[in-house]
Design a protein around this ligand. Sequence first.
Ligand SMILES: NC(=O)c1ccc[n+]([C@@H]2O[C@H](COP(=O)([O-])OP(=O)(O)OC[C@H]3O[C@@H](n4cnc5c(N)ncnc54)[C@H](OP(=O)(O)O)[C@@H]3O)[C@@H](O)[C@H]2O)c1
Length: 212
Amino acid sequence: MHLAFLGSGQVGGALAVGCVRAGHHVTLAARDPQSPAVLAAVAREPKLAVAAPAEAIAGADVVFLATPFAAATAALAPLAPALAGKVLVDCTNPVGPGLTHGLRSERSGAEVVQAAVPAARVVKAFTIYGFENFENPAYPGYGPLRPAMLLAGDDDRAKSAVAGLATELGWEPVDAGALSASLQLEHMTLLWIKLARAQGQGSDFVWARLRR
Ligand SMILES: NC(=O)c1ccc[n+]([C@@H]2O[C@H](COP(=O)([O-])OP(=O)(O)OC[C@H]3O[C@@H](n4cnc5c(N)ncnc54)[C@H](OP(=O)(O)O)[C@@H]3O)[C@@H](O)[C@H]2O)c1
């Protein structure tokens, strides 16, 4: 598949590198092709292409949004026509003071993103852990069990495409339901950050689904 990344930092860079290594054509949709984040990602994986955002998105089947949440709607606005009909993977998190939900839990960030680009097919995914787990999702020693990647969205075909990517990257995709379920995913992220960073438990843990 052809993938584009709006935001090439800790999250975007890690996922972009992983997607190239999984065999996809990946373009960093860079506002500044010389930004430290873009240069660092390309240094890690020279197969990454770099292009202006509108050009990168025009050629993409799936677009990842990995900017700060506060920057997302302004970054998306001029790209709305190019994003029409595209799968848009929302990796952002609205984080408020004291690790509270940045929109006071009244609405998910993903729904705000969807409202900014109504014709895009938004899927919330790759957000419930720190970037370290996107760089390396391997948890050996658990047999066939894979770490869980929860996703949410209103478009089943879009969710299926993102679930396929998650599987290729080493995750077990878990469909959490409609895009409105992103609010719960965003709270999972806040919980992960509290445990990993605020409590000092470190980043080497993930959620998994055990079934019987
Ligand atoms: N860090 C984590 O562990 C983690 C985990 C899960 C989710 N998230 C979420 O993922 C998102 C990205 O986090 P990150 O840690 O990867 O951030 P980061 O390392 O600071 O990277 C941010 C990227 O967004 C781009 N950007 C910033 N402002 C922009 C704007 N106005 N327009 C277009 N692009 C802009 C930057 O562009 P330049 O390259 O030009 O600087 C950079 O490539 C955030 O919403 C965060 O909440 C983070």
